[in-house]
Design a protein around this ligand. Structure first.
Ligand SMILES: [Zn+2]
Length: 200
């Protein structure tokens, strides 16, 4: 490390802390910053500080937000009677990008995993009930992952919401679009058959 001036060494070390960035990549990124116009480098560093200062969880849905209530929850054009439950903010963004859902979200912040010590109180489950009671929610779509943790979280949520007079649905899982049956595992095939639909 002694080959570089101390300030550059510091920048390389900071880049090397990022996930998936090894020392060589960190060196390359630091050199890239060095070549940037001052304004661009300044904006880059300020955007890191801004994210750290501003980003918080939306008080309603717990997605990442610059404000107390996120843009989706604050949007009067969204259907506020339907709630889509996901594990992470990234899941919400994928669904948003699809354009297939116009309701509101609820981000759990994880999935139940007793093996890892993640119990119902560790994720935002009781907050779902509070939202249903407070708002006129008529349908809850459970869009947790289809792995073991996601499935057991979905089962748990469906159970605790049973007493509520609302429609509870689970996203379908099965053969991906463009997928070939011969490469699909048995569990997925079974789920795809279970979730089959009638062609009319
Ligand atoms: Zn929100």
């Amino acid at each position: 490390m002694g080959y570089y001036p101390a300030s550059l060494t510091g920048l390389i070390e900071n880049f090397a802390k990022l996930p998936g960035v090894g020392f060589k990549t960190a060196e390359r990124l630091a050199m890239h910053i060095l070549k940037m116009p001052y304004n661009e480098a300044s904006y880059f560093s300020e955007s890191i500080i801004e994210v750290k200062k501003k980003i918080r969880f939306c008080a309603e849905c717990f997605c990442l937000s610059d404000n107390e209530i996120c843009a989706i929850c604050a949007n009067p054009l969204r259907n506020n009677s339907t709630l889509c439950i996901v594990e992470q903010p990234a899941d919400m963004i994928v669904i948003e990008k699809s354009g297939a859902f116009k309701g509101l979200y609820h981000i759990l912040g994880g999935a139940l995993s007793p093996m890892d010590g993640i119990m119902p109180n560790d994720i935002k489950i009781k907050e779902i009930i509070a939202r249903i009671d407070k708002n006129k929610i008529v349908e809850v779509i459970i869009a947790t992952n289809t792995n073991a943790e996601g499935e057991s979280t979905a089962d748990y949520i469906a159970t605790i919401l049973k007493s509520k007079k609302i429609k509870i649905s689970r996203i379908a899982s099965g053969i991906p679009v463009g997928g070939e049956l011969k490469y699909i595992d048995q569990v997925t095939i079974k789920k795809a058959l279970d979730a089959r639909y009638v062609i009319d």
